[in-house]
Design a protein around this ligand. Structure first.
Ligand SMILES: C[C@](O)(CO)[C@H](O)COP(=O)(O)OP(=O)(O)OC[C@H]1O[C@@H](n2ccc(N)nc2=O)[C@H](O)[C@@H]1O
Ligand SMILES: Nc1ncnc2c1ncn2[C@@H]1O[C@H](COP(=O)(O)OP(=O)(O)OP(=O)(O)O)[C@@H](O)[C@H]1O
Length: 301
């Protein structure tokens, strides 16, 4: 029997501006992140062994084989960090019982949609309930696990600034359909930030204002997004030219309103007026022979 479970949704950067660089090399960002229905699933149970390990992990699902060889998973790292932080803050360790996690890995790995960060955030949410750790402790340590972990804790449409740790809720977005496509190439986030840094390339631009009342229709949102960029996209395409093929393929689909790459790639998204239009485009994509090995998902954005 599963004690607790939670869902780790994919994070999509509708735009991603790189606005500066800190002395430690981390980049300052400005981004509008939303969350898709595409998700991993994480279960938490009491540990059944008496080895005393704080958290063990089993993995299944379409992308499990990409992670099972790694001894350092963000889920078990999240457990150890939360345990240490809670003890430092005076939590009684005796009630923080060892756990076993089971991850269903449905999101492609190293794909710009924050799958690892979403899993880490999901583990933090589950453990904070099970171990009764105050939410503030969780929020405080989240950035140590990755720049995307704070936003993944919320799983809400959010403006990300700082290095991803300064979060502002955004007004409701219009209802729309979304199609996600990943061509099956893993892209390492540090390698894309390195490419950006080595080209000296932090774009000059005026600070961006969000419309006060939000976006009333997909037409409004697309008009806004057309004034923005993903600054990592050209660098990711230079490393993995197939990303341009994905963007061109998405742009050719029926009724598509907008296409762009998310995060550091290689997953790209397309926006549609409705979920039905996204599902129709998904069907049309699946008939193209060159896309047979691509991962894809369509649904409500
Ligand atoms: C590209 C985004 O996904 C946009 O949401 C994030 O900025 C990246 O988030 P993430 O994958 O959780 O990143 P981390 O695991 O913290 O960092 C991986 C590496 O990317 C670079 N990095 C990451 C985030 C950031 N704001 N500036 C950076 O320069 C650093 O070299 C870092 O060592
Ligand atoms: N549970 C996990 N899921 C995915 N990757 C993990 C996990 N735990 C550790 N990792 C490691 O983290 C790396 C980044 O994976 P992730 O899928 O989060 O990348 P990403 O989607 O590009 O993230 P982002 O959008 O935050 O840049 C992987 O290469 C993998 O080695």
């Amino acid at each position: 029997m599963v004690l607790l479970n939670d869902t780790a949704h994919a994070k999509i950067n509708l735009f991603l501006h790189i606005t500066g660089r800190r002395d430690d090399g981390y980049h300052l960002v400005d981004s509008l992140a939303i969350f898709a229905g595409a998700a991993d699933q994480l279960n938490l149970d009491n540990a059944t062994n008496d080895e005393g390990t704080l958290a063990t992990l089993t993995i299944d699902g379409p992308f499990a084989s990409r992670l099972t060889h790694e001894d350092d998973n963000l889920i078990t790292r999240a457990a150890q960090l939360l345990y240490n932080a809670a003890r430092q803050h005076g939590h009684d360790g005796a009630s923080m019982l060892p756990v076993t996690f089971h991850l269903h890995k449905a999101l492609p790995v190293a794909s710009g949609i924050g799958g690892g960060s979403a899993d880490a955030a999901c583990a933090l949410r589950l453990l904070s309930r099970y171990w009764q750790v105050p939410h503030n402790d969780v929020v405080e340590l989240a950035p140590q696990l990755g720049a995307d972990v704070p936003v993944c804790l919320t799983q809400q449409a959010t403006r990300m600034e700082g290095i991803g740790d300064v979060l502002t809720p955004v007004p409701p977005l219009p209802s729309m359909g979304m199609l996600l496509v990943n061509p099956g190439v893993a892209v390492s986030t540090p390698s894309i930030f390195k490419r950006l840094a080595s080209t000296g390339g932090i774009p000059e631009r005026a600070p961006l204002s969000f419309p006060k009342d939000g976006w009333h229709s997909i037409h409004d949102l697309v008009a806004f997004l057309n004034t923005t960029n993903n600054d990592l996209q050209p660098h990711a395409i230079a490393q993995e030219p197939v990303i341009q093929t994905v963007l061109d393929t998405l742009a050719d689909l029926p009724d598509v309103r907008f296409v762009r790459m998310s995060g550091s790639g290689a997953t790209c998204f397309a926006l549609f007026d409705t979920e039905e239009a996204a599902q129709n485009a998904h069907h049309s994509l699946s008939t193209k022979p060159e896309t047979q090995k691509w991962w894809s998902w369509a649904g409500q954005a």
